[in-house]
Design a protein around this ligand. Structure first.
Ligand code: SF4
Ligand code: MG
Length: 328
């Protein structure tokens, strides 16, 4: 049984300028102990998707199931026993840490809410600090006394307090110095090996996603446009958008770097308020055909490890590369 099952999930909210379809029919599973990377440009709906899984964003269609239990329509009270199972860490741990509370208090707060007694909380906080590589004395200090990387460790300790099985990591290293990023990523990997926790790892930096993910979902304007194993996606990306993301990455795949003129990402992410008809990527796609402006492609499987939403993908799942442009 998957730990998490998301089916045809929709998150829509009205604004004064119209209905925003932030998440527009997304389906995927996460297995126990697995890390699924969710990648896309900012504004594509990935954070909203992550929050919807914790019921922190308004779900307007589809379903979310945790360990086989549909949580989509549970009341606040019914959700209580499910809450510990799925936790979240954020880009800016500062936001989830009260500056006036000691670190020990912040980490122990979910335990206090769950009714643990003082001594048990103290012991658990010490254990959590050890798990994230901080000294026990850290419990008595305040968040501002720590560096960004240490604060993210504190955020991770807090998320781990109730022994979750899934942690939604929303760009947890994007705000950190490059030198610290690898340390936090390695910590997450070590914790996974020790605790068998699963991650939904949201990011826009492909080198980070590549380092941590078993499988990858590529999101564009509220939809998943490609899904598959990390190896396969890096070796043989199908969707023109995935290729453009890979080619634009600072440490792009050598093969893709050579093909860069053919996969360059031009233009801006369209607004989810007025999504283009047909394939939402058509205005930026070097392979766009007439049908791409009319019909919306659905995510179709092309083998056990590959799915893409693109009209040009033929029966074998291959998408031809466009001819090189004349620019160098
Ligand atoms: Fe490009 Fe058409 Fe495929 Fe969309 S469906 S990615 S526009 S080729
Ligand atoms: Mg975001």
């Amino acid at each position: 049984m998957p730990l998490l099952s998301v089916r045809d999930l929709r998150v829509e909210y009205p604004t004064t300028r119209g209905l925003v379809r932030a998440v527009n029919g997304v389906s995927f599973d996460i297995a126990p102990g697995e890390t699924v990377g969710l990648v896309g440009e900012s504004g594509c709906g990935k954070s909203t998707l992550g929050r919807a899984i914790l019921r922190l964003a308004p779900i307007t269609g589809g379903s979310v199931a945790v360990e086989g239990r549909d949580i989509t329509h549970l009341t606040r009270r019914e959700l209580e026993p499910v809450r510990p199972v799925v936790q979240m860490i954020f880009q800016d741990p500062q936001g989830s840490l009260n500056p006036r509370s000691t670190v020990g208090r912040s980490i122990g707060q979910p335990l206090a809410v769950a009714g643990w007694d003082r001594d048990a909380i103290e012991a658990r906080v010490a254990e959590l600090l050890r798990l994230v590589g901080l000294p026990p004395e850290a419990a008595h200090r305040f968040p501002h006394e720590f560096s960004g990387g240490q604060r993210q460790r504190i955020g991770i300790a807090r998320a781990l307090a109730l022994k979750p099985k899934l942690i939604v990591c929303d760009e947890p290293v994007s705000a950190l110095d490059v030198s610290v990023r690898a340390q936090v990523i390695n910590l997450l990997k070590d914790l996974q090996a020790e605790l068998k926790v699963s991650y939904l790892f949201i990011g826009h930096d492909l080198s980070v996603i590549e380092h941590i993910s078993d499988r990858v979902l590529v999101m564009y304007l509220g939809r998943i446009v490609e899904a598959g194993g990390r190896e396969r996606i890096w070796r043989r990306p199908l969707h023109p958008y995935t290729r453009a993301l890979l080619a634009a990455a600072p440490a792009g795949h050598p093969r893709l770097a050579r093909l860069r003129p053919r996969a360059v990402l031009e233009g801006e992410l369209p607004s989810p308020l007025n999504p283009p008809a047909g394939c939402a990527f058509h205005a930026r796609c070097p392979l766009a055909e007439a049908r791409c402006r009319e019909a919306t492609p659905t995510l179709r499987p092309f083998g056990p490890d590959a799915a893409a939403a693109c009209h040009v993908a033929d029966a074998t799942g291959e998408v031809p590369w466009p001819a090189p442009t004349s620019q160098p």
